[in-house]
Ligand binder design. Structure first.
Ligand code: SF4
Length: 319
């Protein structure tokens, strides 16, 4: 397997609850990795060989700042390069952003990826501007991640899985489900990158796992991966989400916004049957109400995207 990049979902907790979020990040999310899990994954990465970079992301990894720093130290100590993906909520001024970034810079952070788009708040983002200025001042490589949603959802980088399937599908052009005959975005036969989370799932795509590291170490799991024997991957490789639907005789709508929308809908139905490969519940919004942000007892029946974003941020302030 050509695995060369490992992404650690340090925590699903986030200051925001963006409409396009694949992983249902919010201030309500609690699942967070332990330093023991991080260390075990990094040790396995070294045994695997070929892993060129470790990314710390979430959720919002700066909400687990001590863990982020310790994980970065553990990675560097094993000769691994690391980067961080963040919404920069912590960059309240350039001077403050410098305080947060300096310790990561001292460890040799190879990349700081900053999320800035209409889903993450006002444009342009003052926080991203402060973080960019501080990173430049410290000589740290940085870049901005932007996505947008047009009528053809494949063009702007939004994928209709996770909260995006709930909140954004109504804003894009729908196509007959039979058209989605391939997975357009992930190399499921020979993945170059996987995500690992605090529940131990090793994700080929968000919520679609090759297995769990609580059953065996990451390097053994990777060595044992057989795409053609995987109950979800095999149909996806044979004929995309449409084949997954047919393989298991699943219920479906007439049309979907993109391949991920259909795939996610199919996988939701298959979760009880394949819990080892389709999880954790966090990746499917388990326990959240119709707003996709808060538990049913708290959630109003409908909110706008801006409302859900603001309420996520408000919740974080209360933490
Ligand atoms: S959701 Fe399904 S179709 Fe979309 S990238 Fe993931 S595996 Fe592929």
């Amino acid at each position: 397997m050509a695995l060369n990049s490992l992404h650690l979902l340090l925590t699903y907790r986030c200051t925001y609850a963006c409409d396009h979020c694949f992983v249902w990040g919010s201030s309500q999310a609690t699942l967070t990795m332990t330093i023991g899990q991080v260390r075990a994954v990094l040790e396995a990465a070294v045994r695997l060989g070929g892993i060129g970079e470790i990314y710390f992301e979430g959720g919002e990894p700066f909400l687990a700042y001590p863990l982020l720093l310790a994980g970065a130290r553990e990675a560097v100590g094993r000769g691994l390069r690391f980067g961080v993906v963040t919404n920069a909520y912590w960059a309240t001024s350039e001077e403050d952003a410098t305080l947060w970034l300096q310790p990561l810079g001292a460890l040799g952070m190879a990349d700081l990826s900053l999320s800035e788009d209409r889903f993450h708040g006002d444009l342009p983002s003052p926080e991203v501007r402060h973080a960019t200025a501080a990173a430049r001042r410290l000589g740290l490589p940085q870049g901005v991640l932007r996505v947008e949603l047009g009528p053809d959802c494949s063009a702007g980088g939004v994928r209709l899985r996770g909260r995006a399937a709930l909140r954004l599908a109504g804003q894009v052009r729908l196509q007959p489900w039979q058209q989605f005959t391939a997975c357009p975005y992930e190399d499921l036969a020979d993945p170059g990158r996987v995500h690992v989370d605090g529940a131990g799932y090793v994700h080929l795509c968000q919520g679609l796992a090759m297995g769990r590291i609580d059953a065996r170490p990451l390097d053994e799991l990777v060595a044992a991966y057989r795409p053609q024997a995987h109950p979800i991957v095999a149909p996806l490789l044979a004929g995309g989400p449409a084949a997954l639907l047919r393989e298991y005789g699943l219920a479906h709508e007439a049309a979907y916004g993109d391949a991920c929308h259909l795939c996610y809908h199919a996988r939701e139905q298959l979760r009880p049957r394949f819990p080892e490969f389709l999880g954790p519940g966090q990746m499917y919004g388990a326990g959240l109400g119709s707003d996709g942000v808060r538990p049913p007892s708290d959630a109003r029946s409908s909110t706008t995207g801006a409302e859900s974003h603001r309420r996520g941020a408000e919740g974080a302030e209360a933490l």
